[in-house]
Design a protein. Structure first.
Length: 103
């Protein structure tokens, strides 16, 4: 009987430890940096002229990520930073395609 109680206790401790670890998300520092760099690269590629909508969407996603970062909601901040990077990369591709079409 004691072994069953010990096993149940250990399972409870392990579950609590897993929940604690899962709840301790880290700041999405790399993702935020990547998004900012991608937006800068998109501007340099001419996205303001050739892919303004995609660039604006990237900037809006980055602003949202910064808002969630400031409220320590790191999972949503990470998601929005990744979205900002993806949208900025789309803007770069659109800008490069527009440049090639002009030449």
């Amino acid at each position: 009987m004691l072994a069953g109680q010990t096993t149940a206790f250990l399972r409870g401790v392990m579950l609590a430890a897993l929940l604690l670890v899962a709840g301790c998300e880290t700041m999405p520092v790399q993702e935020m940096s990547d998004a900012r760099q991608a937006i800068t690269a998109a501007r340099e590629a001419g996205a303001e002229e050739h892919a303004a909508e995609a660039l604006l969407e990237a900037e809006e996603s980055l602003q949202s990520a910064e808002k969630y970062l400031n409220t320590r909601n790191y999972s949503i901040a990470r998601r929005d930073a990744l979205d900002a990077k993806a949208r900025a990369m789309d803007a770069i591709r659109l800008s490069e395609a527009a440049e090639q079409a002009q030449n």
